[in-house]
Write a protein of this length. Structure first.
Length: 408
């Protein structure tokens, strides 16, 4: 009797977990599409409504023992559809979700990542107050445990295939997802940019979602104008930029010295070697970059807002791709990791370094988001140090890893 009760409870719980997991996967996929903002907002509301509806429907249609009304026979009518969905939920809860989580936890950092260290700076402590700013999400900044003001200043040393010897030690400051919208306050971003100036990089790479409101374009100059670089600064826009006067954002970025790539490429000379820099703002800005006339020999660096463009990068011989967009999930559950990641790959490329030859990709967690929520997933800016060291085994673990507080 006790055994059958335990099995029934386990199956009911599994159905609820699987239902939530499928909703998350589909919402991640929807948010990877260049669909109108109102449609995406309504889909998000629909998923929020369906989340509690699932367990209620399971109880009303199947009772506590969901196997009692189980039938996959076509003549069973609605019961066959109900049973098919239950089966899908159980496969997700007891198969796909734990398997993918296990594989993620067993995954080694690529050998291209030679060194990974981070210093966490509490910006609120430096300022003497919490720079929550204005806006309807301002109270969220004060939630207990919210790490929205604790920024990781990361330095990652990457051994990059095909990197010219003349570029050994080249540095790139990778910034992404500022989401300037009033919360956090402008002083938060200015403090971060001032700290980024301590070690002047060769390049600054900004990978989109700069502005996230109709009136915060005016923050671009006083925030990003504090940066300095030795060679050049490049930028692409993201999906949130596409909703709020992207032409104005491009003009403001150009005003502080950024070269806004859009979906184009250009070639420059760096230390006597040619470098092709590609911008990819797809799928929100079309068409995709045309590399048909791009010389194949030079090293190719691509700035892409989303990591979903990795297959395109591999197909077009991109050597190094920098991306953001997914924010590391913003909330990472210990052992399980991220949950909501707006990507067609869901949480596969949520943050970190990934090597899928010929492309090495770095995905940053970004500085902010539409909602100022960060749990076990601190905001970050990254200083990439490129080394011209040949890779021996692409599947080996990183040689050196240092981090102030590991993210699970």
């Amino acid at each position: 009797m006790l055994g059958s009760f335990f099995i029934a409870a386990l199956l009911f719980l599994g159905a609820c977990i699987g239902h939530g997991a499928w909703l998350t996967v589909t919402l991640n996929w929807f948010y990877s599409k260049p669909w109108p903002r109102p449609l995406l907002h309504n889909l998000k509301i629909l998923h929020a409504v369906l989340l509690p509806v699932g367990p209620i429907a399971f109880w009303l249609l199947g009772g506590f023992d969901l196997t009692a009304n189980w039938s996959m026979h076509p003549s069973a009518g609605w019961r066959s559809l109900f049973s098919a969905y239950l089966l899908a939920c159980w496969i997700m809860a007891f198969g796909l979700f734990p398997l993918m989580t296990l594989l993620r936890n067993l995954r080694h950092a690529p050998s291209a990542l030679l060194r990974d260290r981070a210093e966490t700076v509490d910006i609120a402590e430096r300022l003497g107050f919490k720079p929550a700013g204005t806006g309807k999400y301002r109270p969220v900044c004060h939630w207990p445990g919210n790490e929205v003001f604790q920024v990781d200043f990361s330095e990652r040393t990457l051994a990059v295939p095909r990197l010219p010897l003349a570029w050994d030690g080249l540095t790139i400051l990778h910034l992404t997802d500022l989401h300037l919208r009033g919360c956090p306050d402008r002083k938060f971003f200015q403090q971060v940019m001032d700290l980024c100036r301590d070690e002047e990089p060769d390049f600054v790479a900004l990978t989109g979602d700069v502005v996230d409101s109709k009136k915060h374009h005016r923050w671009v100059v006083p925030v990003l104008g504090r940066l300095r670089w030795r060679v050049a600064a490049y930028a692409v826009l993201g999906n949130h930029d596409s909703w709020f006067e992207p032409k104005l954002t491009r003009r403001r970025l150009q005003r502080v010295g950024f070269r806004v790539l859009e979906n184009r490429w250009e070639q420059i000379d760096v230390r006597g070697e040619p470098l092709v820099i590609v911008g990819h703002e797809g799928p929100w800005f079309q068409p995709a970059p045309d590399l048909s006339n791009c010389p194949p020999e030079p090293f190719r660096l691509c700035l892409s807002h989303t990591p979903d463009n990795l297959p395109w990068g591999r197909q077009h011989g991109i050597d190094l791709m920098l991306a953001g967009h997914v924010h590391g999930g913003q909330v990472r559950i210990p052992l399980f990791g991220s949950v909501f990641c707006p990507s067609r790959f869901s949480r596969r490329y949520d943050c970190g370094t990934f090597h899928e030859p010929p492309t090495l990709m770095h995905v940053s967690r970004g500085l902010s988001g539409q909602q100022p929520i960060r749990y076990n997933c601190r905001p970050e800016v990254t200083r990439l140090v490129l080394r011209a060291i040949p890779l021996v085994n692409a599947d080996a673990p990183a040689r050196v890893k240092e981090q102030a507080m590991p993210l699970h």
